[in-house]
Each structure stands twice: as C-alpha cells, then as structure tokens.
Design a protein around this ligand. Structure first.
Ligand SMILES: Nc1ncnc2c1ncn2[C@@H]1O[C@H](COP(=O)(O)OP(=O)(O)OP(=O)(O)O)[C@@H](O)[C@H]1O
Ligand SMILES: [Mg+2]
Length: 283
C-alpha cells in the first residue's frame, strides 16, 4: 500500500475541542477481516497449502486515525493541510517548505520554530505537519499549547499530581508541537516547567516543533548583554518582544541546536481578518 489513506480515505472533523480523524470505511464492516484487523489468505507452495495472516489495510487506517486523534490538535485545525496553506511572502514560502521537508523526510531533519504575528498560519503548519506524520507514517505526535499545559499542571497539583507526571509523557512522544512559546506570565513555575520539558526532550534527542508570537532575534539584540538565567528572565522578559528574553538563555540556546528558525515579517497579513474567511464553512 503506497500510503495509509489508499485503504479507503479518511474524514477529518471536530469532536468537542479537538480535531478527529475517522476512516471512511469502518473496520467492523470489513469483508476481508470481519473486524479482526487480520486477513487470512491461502497460498500453495511445493504442493502444500499454507495460510498467510497479514494486517488488514482498514486496521492500519484505524491505527493511523487513532495516532492522529491522540495528538489532540485544536478542533479549528481539523482541515489544515500543506496544500491549503497559501504563502503571501518569502518567509511563509520558506516556512511551508521547511515544514513539508521535515514531514516528508522524517526522521532525517531537526525541528523548526515558526515566529510571526497573529493569524499567519503558524498553528496551521504545525497541524499539517502532525497530520502528515500521524496519518501517513503512524508517528506518535502530540500538540500542546503552552498556557494550557501550565494550567493543566496547576490543576494537577490540586489532585496531588506532580508536574513531572504530566511532563513525562510529553518528553517521550516522537514529535511534540509546542505552540504559543513565550506566552504566559513568565513566572518561576512556568519557566521551570518549560525548562524541564525542553531539557528532557533535548537530552533524549527528541524532535520538537514550536510556534511563537515573539521574535527569534538573538540575545545580542538586547540593549545590555549579560547572562540571562531563569531569575533574570523573570524580570527582563516581562515586556520584551524577543523570545530569548521570554524563555531565558538556557532554553533559547537549546532551541538554536534543535531547530531551524523561520520568522515572518511584522506586516504578514492576519488571515483571520481576510475577506476570504467570510462565509467559510466551520471546520
Ligand atoms: N497562509 C495561509 N494560508 C491559508 N490559511 C491560512 C494561512 N494563514 C493562516 N490561515 C488560516 O487562518 C486561520 C488562523 O491561522 P493560525 O491559527 O494558524 O494562525 P497563527 O499564526 O497560529 O495565529 P496566532 O499567533 O494567533 O496563534 C486558520 O484558519 C488558518 O487555517
Ligand atoms: Mg497559533
């Protein structure tokens, strides 16, 4: 089979807060495997008859749909693909190319960070990348919006769960897309949580993709250069437009090694305000 969707297609829809994939042909009704996921065929060799057991393509498709659903992509991104992304400037062209190459050459390339103003398709490209990896290749992927992660961990504290219990699975997944990097109050708790997650993935050699509204310009662009540890970032990062100020030198340094950087210009149009969105169907 050339790819998973050849087995009959996949429908993408929103289920509650998340995007969901559903194989067009259900496994339960499969005439080839009767819902077992295994096909039995007979073959003759040297005058003897053998039974061969092989996985049913519909079971593979269901497995790929399950991988996509486990990613917990935002419901509004259920229709996001590389084909539906329309670049309006050179940097958006490059972002599309970087994301596609990453997905099509998996696992050869390092991750990427997309930086830009609101509504410029950063989450769209993260979603298209995770969709390709999970549906076409069955890679284990997860999407997380950073401020939702912080509130999930805070809620977990009330139930007696440690931050590590929530971060643990996120540090192990093959590809993690961390959205809205730099967002939040920049508190000690938030920076330590982020530091632990990124350091664990960095140490394990895991690939991480990021999107942010903050600029990727290096720390040299700061007025005064000095070591920027967590404590300094707490103070100086509050009003900064630079990601390195928002996350501190330790995290920024690791991002430089883990990722290709793509930054959209400030004038990149906000597609949410585009007339082409008027009358668009709900995803
Ligand atoms: N270049 C593009 N081509 C096609 N659709 C786009 C493009 N840019 C954005 N969109 C669409 O616009 C909407 C907003 O995009 P998205 O949520 O990816 O923006 P974002 O850059 O992540 O914004 P924010 O910084 O606010 O999170 C989505 O419906 C997305 O599919
Ligand atoms: Mg976004």
């Amino acid at each position: 089979m050339a790819n998973a969707t050849d087995a009959g297609g996949m429908t993408f829809e929103r289920v509650g807060d998340y995007a969901a994939a559903r194989p067009t042909l259900s496994l339960a009704d499969c005439p080839d495997c009767n819902g077992t996921g295994l096909m039995r065929t007979k073959t003759q060799q040297n005058g003897r008859e053998y039974e061969i057991v092989s996985p049913c393509p519909r079971a593979l498709l269901q497995h790929r749909a399950n991988s996509f659903n486990a990613a917990r992509l935002p419901a509004v991104q259920s229709g996001a693909t590389f084909e539906s992304y329309k670049p309006s400037n050179a940097e958006q062209h490059r972002a599309l190319q970087v994301a596609k190459e990453f997905a099509f050459r998996w696992p050869a390339l390092r991750g990427f960070v997309l930086s830009g103003p609101v509504g410029t398709g950063k989450t769209h490209l993260l979603s298209a990348t995770l969709k390709h990896l999970s549906i076409e290749l069955g890679v284990k992927v997860t999407y997380v919006e950073i401020s939702l992660l912080y509130s999930q961990i805070r809620r977990g504290f009330q139930d007696g769960k440690s931050g590590g219990e929530i971060i643990g699975p996120l540090s192990q997944v093959d590809v993690l897309a961390l959205d809205e990097l730099g967002k939040g109050r920049g508190s000690q708790f938030e920076l330590e949580t982020l530091d632990e997650l990124i350091a664990r993935r960095y140490n394990a050699g895991k690939v991480t993709l990021f999107a942010t509204n903050y600029s990727l310009k290096p720390p040299e662009e700061r007025a005064q250069r000095g070591y920027f540890g967590t404590e300094t970032a707490l103070e100086a990062g509050k009003d900064s437009k630079l990601l390195c100020d928002r996350v501190g030198d330790r995290i920024y340094s690791r991002l430089c090694e883990m990722c290709d950087f793509v930054e959209f210009p400030g004038a990149t149009p906000d597609m949410r305000r585009s007339p082409s969105m008027a009358g668009r169907k709900r995803p």
